[in-house]
Ligand binder design. Structure first.
Ligand SMILES: [Zn+2]
Ligand SMILES: [Zn+2]
Length: 153
């Protein structure tokens, strides 16, 4: 099983991932923009069980807008986005890790596409699929989630 150490820019928040990512996705929603202080979130999705949580007190979690039930955590020292936890009834618990804290980017998969592209700050000139609106964006997330989980069995 691949192991990766994730670390925020100041080094205060560290955690380990043991396992493969389910998929990686780019999100342009306004909450991600606010949380990341960036035009787009580049996140890698894992089964929550694959991610060993950071030490208590190193990350402060906040729900920016429920639902969906995502707790977004920033380093308590440098304020950098560090880790996001998604939990909902009848749904596998997921952990989302911003690529900015991932140590080895070359080990990561290519993003599967863009979500909430209608909320984009700027156009993106790549060949990845671009989904706009809640239904299409959530639909693509779910498809990739189920495909990744089926593929693993
Ligand atoms: Zn988003
Ligand atoms: Zn930090």
């Amino acid at each position: 099983m691949p192991t990766q150490t994730c670390q925020c820019p100041c080094g205060h928040t560290r955690f380990e991932i043991v396992g493969r990512p389910l998929f990686r996705i780019l999100c342009h929603c306004t909450i991600c923009q606010r949380f990341n202080a960036a035009p787009v979130a580049d996140v890698v999705i894992y089964d929550a069980a694959a991610v060993q949580p950071p030490a208590p007190g190193s990350v402060s979690f906040q729900a920016y807008k429920p639902p969906p039930n995502v707790q977004r955590g920033k380093c308590t020292q440098c304020g950098a986005p560090a880790i996001e936890v998604f939990e909902a009834p009848l749904f596998p618990k997921l952990t989302m890790v911003p690529t900015s804290v991932h140590g080895t980017l070359d080990a990561l998969p290519v993003p599967v596409g863009h979500m909430f592209y209608d909320k984009r700050v700027a156009d993106v000139a790549d060949a990845l699929p671009k989904h706009s609106g809640l239904l299409a964006s959530q639909g693509s997330f779910m498809r990739h989630l189920f495909a990744a989980q089926l593929w693993r069995r």
